[in-house]
Structure formats: structure tokens, C-alpha cells
Write a protein that binds this ligand. Structure first.
Ligand SMILES: Nc1ncnc2c1ncn2[C@@H]1O[C@H](COP(=O)(O)OP(=O)(O)OP(=O)(O)O)[C@@H](O)[C@H]1O
Ligand SMILES: [Mg+2]
Length: 667
């Protein structure tokens, strides 16, 4: 059995062994007299309290919300690819236990039941008595504490729950429910089983667990297949366009496509090369292709290097490097990014690489943030960095650490969205020797211990499961951690910088992010502007990336006039990361030329830039934006004056400037 499986099993919360009479007694004391339940699992006690606070009447029939027929169809078609994998698993389990009265179901990530497998009589029974059918919701605010509601709130595996439920009506049913993870470990819903009587028979949990693993593996394969299909089209287009010898490799270093010129240099047919490791075909350092997705050792797979002798040059987050072969012809190797657009999954670095000098930009909005960030470096307070994807949040976190008195101490990056929930606790807090079978003999430090004296960067904090949020909150409050399987508290001196590209306030309002944790993190708030809000920096950044990615000894490369206007006009949904990729790719295409022209830009950018030009020109939006820009110009960016010219209030003008992403800096 592998460690992951063991860890998953560790996190199962089983509700079969408790003394039922005592439990009912605690429940009655709680619902009748509001007395704190004694000896009850923490997840349950919290859920009971929430159910009470939500005003759920424990003696009444459970409330149910139901999706309309149209909404249900929409949710089903949205989750069609999942359902095609999940439902057959439920059917398989059901075939093995037919006649035992089980109802098996899948809910989406919001708790809407999208698939049910049961005998007709059981189906009818559950619908009649519990109103459980396709389209009903399993949310805690409707049903009170149930197995499914606990998975939704705490992402734990719940086994054989009956008397622990909040509503009396449900206490005679037995339910088990498990969270399902998608290809990027995101929560995608629940599979569960319900039975209309109390039982301690455990075989159903094993079946559900193996279904969970089977489903999650298949989902990963499905996403890889889809990705490959899309990529193949992309590669074929790309390879047809470039005259350079080019090889595409995937994240693990396997060759996915190759053009004629490259296969000629290697002197082998492309059909014999595709699928092989690039390191087997070319003399190349294999270490580049270690997949850090499953690597928790702290090694990152890319380092900044320019090796003049071998001709390999590559950089962190680079998609491209050039390899000089022994025939003295260069081969371009392009590494495909993973589908989240990033190379690293849960990156575990212990050193901050960037400083404020690496952050390029002169616009007012950006300079203000940098100034604030420099002040933040002087303090020890927690920092919350928000902003769209690719706006430089991680760079900023590195820079703050390096500028602070903690520089030189560890800087540990934790991608909260990429740690499987089941592993998160041991990753963050470590474990003692013998904490579980398969654990390292000496035990292991968690990220918080590794970061001691330095900074921990909790990236993508908005993706952090709720159960983990509670644990992080406790560490922030107590400044102490306890390893799994250990009983001593270890003091930690760690500065926390968190980042998210989600609207964190909305997440708090929606109940997905803990309010108290939000307040603890949001001590210093830095919001990174998107690229549209700092238009005057676009060309500066483009030039910076040309210098960054140019080959050593290569001639000076400039941007043509049309490219300058496309870059300025494009709406940059991927922000600076996208701009960097565009420049990098243009440098691949440019060959011997010295000016980046329209033809060197990716097709998508050309098309989107054309379409935005068409859609926006002459539109009300464009007219309005021009008016605002004109007034600002006339007023030399004096807001009060510009507002007067336009005949609107200063506040309205500020709002318009923000909406249109107009850069008011005087650059
Ligand atoms: N001001 C800047 N100057 C130079 N390069 C930058 C700047 N900001 C971002 N970059 C580059 O843009 C890319 C994305 O930056 P980063 O990873 O910090 O973004 P992010 O906001 O953390 O994105 P995500 O939310 O997707 O994680 C990096 O390759 C970085 O080198
Ligand atoms: Mg980031």
C-alpha cells in the first residue's frame, strides 16, 4: 500500500463506534438546552452549531432546495465528462450490493445531486421520505449535519454516519460520503452511499474508496488526453510555420512532436522519435524534466542557467530553450506548460530568487504598490497579495522577503491549491517517526518548520480547503505547530505572505473562506494591478523580456510599429505572464530577422487583437473611453479638472478610469 493511500485512510472519520444512547443524549442536551456537546468529534460539534445558527429545526422534516429542470440539465451537461466516468463506477458498486437497499449518488462541488443509482423501490422510498432525488441540494444550510454536508464543508471522508446527523428524521439512515478531486486536485464533488437503517457493515466504504481512486485516475487521464489533442493541433500549426528545427516536449521530457528539420538533424524518422524522452535522443541534462508535481522534496526542476559550453540555455518558467547539437545546428526545444499555465505545481523552494530590481514598471499604480511593498518589508505583519493571474504576485512575495530582515533565511513557497487535501496536514506540519505505516523513520519537518526564521508564502490561498484554513488559523494565533503523531508543540517564527487571484472578499461572503483567517492575513494588503491598468508599462516590459530571453551573443532585437500597437491594444487576460510568453515565442519565430513583426506573434494574439479592434471601434464603450482619455489629456491628468471638463463627479471619473483600465500616470 502506498503512502498516499495510507494517508487517505488516516483522514477517514468513522462514526460507527460511538455509544449511540450517549450520543443521542448529547444531541438532546444541545438542541433543547444549547449545552455544549461532550466527547463529540470536532467536525460534528461545529456542524451542529452551524446548523443551529442557521435556524434549522432538528425536529422538522429536512428542508430541500431543488434545481429547476433547466438548471439541472445545465449542471448535468456541465459535468457530463465527469458523469460519464462516475456513474459507471456507482453502477458497478450497486451491482455487487443489489437488494441491500443502498442508494449511491454523486453531487457536484456545490452539493447538487446529479446522479443516483439504486433499485427502483429504494429510489422511490428515498424520494418520498427524504425528498432525495436528482437536483436536490445536500448543503448544510438545508439539511443540517449529514455525511454529504460534512464533505462539502470540511472535505473529509465520512464513514457510516447515522445518529450524528442534526435532524432527527435522518438519524435512522446510515450514510458514507467521500470528496472527489479533479485533475488539479480541485474539489469536484461527492460520491456517497445512503441506507435506510442503522448499520455498522463496513464493506461499502472500501468500495467507495476504490471507486474514488479509479474515478480520480480516469479524470486525470481524460484531461491529459484532451490536452494532448489540443496541443497536437497547436504543435502542427507551429511546426508548419517555423523554419527552425523544433521539438515539442511535454512536462516530463517526452517528445510530443517534431518537425522535419529537427528529425533530419537527429537523423531518425519522426515516428521513431515521438514518445521517446528528449534526453535519450539528445545529449541533455535529464534533471530538467523531473516532474515536481509529486515531488515534495524541495527540489525545483528548473534553475536559471546559461551553459555556453553545451549551448543549453533555459530559465525558470521558460517554455523554450535552444540546444546546440554536434552537427553545429541548433534545435529549439519547447516545453509545454501544464494546463494551469504554470510549470510548477506545489513548488517547494526554500530560497527567494527575486528582488525589487526584478520588478519592472514605471506606471503610477505599479510604483505605488512597490513603495507600499517596500514598507511592508520593514515590518513583520502578515501580507495578503491579491490580483489577477500573471500580475507578478509571486515575484512581489519573493522581493518582500529578500528586502526584509529575514532575507537569507528560508522562503518556503506552498501552493495551497496543489497539495492534495489528504496530504496537506503532514506536508504543512510534518509528522513524528512512526506516525503511520510508511512514514519516514525519523519523521519529517513540515513547511512551517522548514520556514522557521524566514517567510512562508501561501500561494493560491483562495484554493485552500476549509478544514485546512482552520488549522492555519490556529498556527497564526498560537505561533506553534504540532506534528502529526506528536504531542509536543513546536514554536515557529514565520512571517506569512499569502496570495490569491480570487476575489477573496467574495469568497468570504460566499462562506468559502474563513472570515477570521481573512482578517488575520489581510493585515497589509497589496493589490497587483492588471496589465491593462498599467498600459504604459507594456512596451517597457516587452523590451525587458526581449533582453531576458535573447540568446547570448544574439543581435539587438526591436519591436515593429504594428507590433507595438497590437501589444498596447490587446487585452492581456494572462497579464505579464502572457506578455512574456508572447515575446519568448516571437524570439523563436524571428530566425535571422532583427525586428519582431506581426507574423511573429501567436495566431491567437493576432486574431484577438483584430477582433477587439473591430468590436470595440465605434462602439459606445470605445467612444466613452476616448472621451475620458481626451479629457484627461487636456487636463494633464488632473482628475478634478478632467471631471469638470466631462461634467461628472470626481468619483464617477475614478470609476470610469478603473473600468476602462486607463493609466493616468505621467510617463
Ligand atoms: N513587474 C514585473 N517585471 C518583470 N516580470 C514580471 C513582472 N511581474 C510579473 N512578471 C513575470 O510574469 C510572470 C508571472 O508572474 P507571477 O508568477 O509572479 O504571477 P502571479 O501573479 O503569481 O500569477 P498566478 O496568480 O497565476 O500565480 C513571471 O514569469 C514573472 O517573471
Ligand atoms: Mg502565483
Amino acid at each position: 500500500m502506498d503512502v498516499q493511500l495510507i494517508l487517505i485512510i488516516m483522514h477517514i472519520v468513522s462514526y460507527t463506534s460511538v455509544n449511540d444512547a450517549k450520543l443521542i443524549n448529547e444531541w438532546e442536551r444541545f438542541v433543547k438546552f444549547g449545552m455544549k456537546p461532550r466527547g463529540i468529534d470536532r467536525n460534528i460539534a461545529s456542524s451542529w452549531a452551524r446548523s443551529r445558527d442557521l435556524g434549522i429545526n432538528p425536529y422538522k422534516c429536512v428542508n430541500y432546495a431543488e434545481l429547476s429542470g433547466k438548471e439541472l440539465q445545465e449542471r448535468i451537461s456541465l459535468r457530463d465528462s465527469y458523469l460519464k466516468i462516475i456513474t459507471p463506477y456507482l453502477e458497478k458498486i450497486h451491482r455487487a450490493i443489489r437488494g441491500e437497499g443502498y442508494l449511491l449518488y454523486y453531487t457536484d462541488e456545490l452539493g447538487n445531486v446529479l446522479s443516483i443509482v439504486a433499485d427502483d423501490a429504494d429510489l422511490a422510498f428515498f424520494e418520498k421520505h427524504f425528498y432525495f432525488k436528482k437536483g436536490t441540494s445536500c448543503k448544510e444550510e438545508l439539511t443540517g449535519t449529514t455525511a454529504a454536508s460534512l464533505v462539502l464543508t470540511d472535505r473529509i471522508i465520512v464513514s457510516h454516519m447515522s445518529s450524528h446527523k442534526y435532524c432527527l428524521q435522518l438519524k435512522n439512515t446510515t450514510c458514507s460520503a467521500l470528496p472527489l478531486s479533479g485533475e488539479n486536485n480541485e474539489f469536484i464533488g461527492i460520491i456517497g452511499a445512503a441506507l435506510n437503517f442503522k448499520t455498522t457493515n463496513k464493506h461499502i466504504l472500501g468500495s467507495l474508496l476504490s471507486a474514488k481512486m479509479g474515478i480520480e485516475n480516469q479524470l486525470r487521464l481524460l484531461s491529459q488526453n484532451n490536452e494532448l489533442r489540443v496541443l497536437n493541433d497547436y504543435y502542427s500549426n507551429f511546426l508548419g510555420m517555423t523554419s527552425d528545427a523544433t521539438i515539442f516536449v511535454d512536462y516530463s521530457g517526452n517528445i510530443v512532436n517534431i518537425n522535419r528539420k529537427a528529425s533530419d538533424i537527429i537523423n531518425e524518422k519522426s515516428s521513431r522519435i515521438i514518445g521517446k524522452k528528449v534526453t535519450d535522443v539528445l545529449n541533455f541534462p535529464a534533471v530538467l524534466f523531473n516532474d515536481s508535481a509529486t515531488d515534495f522534496t524541495g527540489n525545483s526542476c528548473f534553475t536559471d542557467t546559461r551553459d555556453k559550453k553545451t549551448g543549453y540555455s533555459f530559465s525558470k518558467q521558460s517554455t523554450f530553450f535552444r540546444c546546440t547539437t554536434n552537427t553545429s545546428e541548433d534545435i529549439n526545444i519547447i516545453i509545454k506548460e501544464n494546463n494551469s499555465g504554470k510549470f510548477f505545481k506545489p513548488v517547494k523552494k526554500t530560497e527567494a530568487e527575486y528582488t525589487f530590481n526584478d520588478l519592472i514598471g514605471n506606471s503610477k499604480l505599479f510604483s505605488d504598490i512597490i513603495e507600499l511593498a517596500k514598507k511592508a518589508s520593514e515590518s513583520n505583519s502578515n501580507v495578503l497579495i491579491t490580483g489577477e493571474s500573471g500580475t507578478g504576485k509571486e515575484l512581489l512575495a519573493h522581493s518582500i522577503h529578500n528586502e526584509s530582515c529575514r532575507s537569507g533565511k528560508p522562503f518556503v513557497v506552498v501552493n495551497c491549491g496543489a497539495i492534495p487535501c489528504e496530504l496537506a496536514e503532514s506536508e504543512l506540519f510534518g509528522y513524528e517517526s512512526g506516525a503511520f505505516t510508511g512514514a519516514a523513520k525519523k519523521g519529517r519537518k513540515g513547511f512551517f518548520e522548514k520556514a522557521n526564521g524566514g517567510t512562508i508564502f501561501l500561494d493560491e490561498i483562495g484554493e485552500m480547503p476549509k478544514a485546512l484554513q482552520t488549522k492555519i488559523l490556529r498556527v497564526i494565533q498560537n505561533k506553534k505547530i504540532t506534528r502529526i503523531g506528536g504531542n509536543k508543540e513546536i514554536s515557529t517564527d514565520v512571517r506569512i505572505i499569502a496570495a490569491t487571484n480570487k476575489n477573496i472578499e467574495e469568497e468570504v461572503t460566499a462562506g468559502n473562506f474563513r472570515n477570521d483567517l481573512y482578517f488575520r492575513l489581510n493585515v497589509i494588503r497589496l493589490h497587483m494591478p492588471n496589465l491593462l491598468q498599467r498600459k504604459s508599462d507594456i512596451i517597457l516590459l516587452a523590451k525587458h523580456f526581449i533582453n531576458k530571453h535573447i540568446q547570448p551573443g544574439q543581435r539587438i532585437i526591436t519591436l515593429s510599429k504594428p507590433v507595438v500597437s497590437i501589444l498596447k491594444e490587446y487585452n492581456w487576460p494572462g497579464n505579464i505572464r502572457e506578455l512574456e510568453n508572447v515575446i519568448e515565442q516571437a524570439l523563436v519565430f524571428i530566425g535571422d530577422e532583427t525586428e519582431i513583426g506581426e507574423k511573429h506573434l501567436p495566431e491567437s494574439l493576432k486574431q484577438i487583437s483584430k477582433s477587439t479592434r473591430v468590436v470595440r471601434s465605434g462602439s459606445l464603450y470605445e467612444d466613452e473611453m476616448r472621451k475620458v482619455q481626451k479629457a484627461l489629456k487636456k487636463a494633464d491628468n488632473n482628475i478634478s479638472l478632467a471631471a469638470r471638463i466631462l461634467g461628472i463627479s470626481r468619483n464617477t471619473l475614478y470609476k470610469k478610469i478603473k473600468d476602462f483600465g486607463i493609466d493616468c500616470s505621467k510617463s
